[in-house]
Design a protein around this ligand. Structure first.
Ligand SMILES: Nc1ncnc2c1ncn2[C@@H]1O[C@H](COP(=O)(O)OP(=O)(O)OP(=O)(O)O)[C@@H](O)[C@H]1O
Ligand SMILES: [Mg+2]
Length: 319
């Protein structure tokens, strides 16, 4: 879809733009996770493109939506790989800044023979985004902005930005552990402008530690003006509510191989349903389905389905 802006500038309207950290994930298999003054060895190394918002946006792109991304990488090998990967998935890159200085974000993960892991995040230039670098018009020409966390100060830019985007742009937020740990006070500004909040049970607890009852926890978040809340519950499924109606939707019974990115995949399916005008109940069904496709395959994006895969399972409900 195209829209005329001003006199003669033709600009594309996107369905969804992601705004979150872009990281190259390096997963090392090790004989053991070394403690202080200890030495261990690496048996295998796998690299993959990561970042929670990027995973969700790739999921939406696979489902045929027009997607874009706002983020920052450096002019290094990692940055080039991250850009190539998004481009290969058909994600618009006009909002991605490639800095001439610094390092691209990376996550070094160490996994031992028992599957225990230790993660080290190097945010690199993810933490150096300035408001001057952001093209507000890009963010005004999308139906939805999906926000995920940054480890450093870019949360301030996300907050500032929300003041400037038009009210008809839907904002979805997945706080992850990083933002949930900050607590409700730090998150207030983001929550005030969030329409759809997607979080897991642990994050719900972290954000509402002084409230005992589940429905009171949810209510305290709805009071920020949030329209829809989804609480993801791993292999059990999810709970979704708009304040009037609440549903618990069971996860699909599939052979789970790797849950990396399951939450991000769920978000793709849910937001796809929402953008297609489906009810919260149907959107949650699609979320569970997309997440089930993700956990059947290794990594965060290799199992993400195409639109035809969804239609073959839920034909009547999706069209
Ligand atoms: N073993 C499983 N079998 C089927 N579906 C699963 C399984 N584990 C997770 N899911 C699906 O993935 C969704 C999201 O998982 P989860 O609740 O772990 O989210 P999350 O904690 O945000 O994940 P992430 O660690 O990716 O951020 C669940 O709501 C469910 O639909
Ligand atoms: Mg999550």
């Amino acid at each position: 879809m195209f829209q005329k802006i001003g006199s003669d500038v033709i600009s594309r309207i996107l369905d969804a733009v992601g705004f979150g950290a872009l990281n190259l994930d390096r997963l090392y298999r090790v004989n053991k996770i070394a403690g202080k003054d200890e030495e261990a060895y690496i048996t295998e190394l796998n690299e993959s493109c990561g970042g929670s918002a990027a995973n969700t946006i790739i999921g939406l792109a696979r489902l045929g939506l027009a997607t874009g991304f706002l983020g920052k990488v450096a002019s290094d090998r990692e940055g080039d790989l991250l850009l190539e990967n998004l481009k290969k998935e058909g994600v618009d890159l006009d909002g991605v800044i490639q800095s001439h200085h610094g390092r691209s974000g990376t996550v070094q993960g160490f996994v031992d023979t028992e599957g225990e892991r230790a993660l080290y995040v190097d945010p690199g230039v993810n933490d150096e985004i300035t408001s001057q670098e952001i093209d507000l018009e890009y963010l005004s020409n999308t139906r939805l902005i999906h926000l995920t966390s940054f480890v450093g100060k870019t949360i301030q830019i996300q907050k500032e930005l929300l003041d400037s985007i038009p009210s008809n742009v839907t904002v979805s937020t997945d706080p992850g552990m990083i933002y949930a740990q900050k607590g409700i006070k730090t998150m207030k500004k983001l929550l005030n402008r969030t329409d759809i909040l997607l979080l897991n049970q642990k994050e719900l607890e972290l954000m509402t530690p002084h409230i005992n009852q589940e429905h009171e926890k949810i209510k305290s978040l709805l009071d920020f003006g949030i329209k829809v809340i989804v609480v993801k519950q791993g292999e059990k499924g999810c709970m979704v509510t708009d304040g009037d109606e609440s549903y618990f939707m069971e996860a699909l019974n599939v052979e789970c191989q790797d849950t990396t990115g399951a939450g991000d995949a769920f978000n793709s399916g849910f937001l796809f349903g929402y953008l297609r005008g489906k009810s919260i109940e149907k959107s949650a069904i699609i979320g569970n389905f997309v997440a089930s496709c993700c956990v059947k395959e290794p990594g965060a994006t290799s199992g993400l389905p195409s639109l035809s895969e969804i239609i073959s399972v839920y034909s009547g409900e999706i069209k």
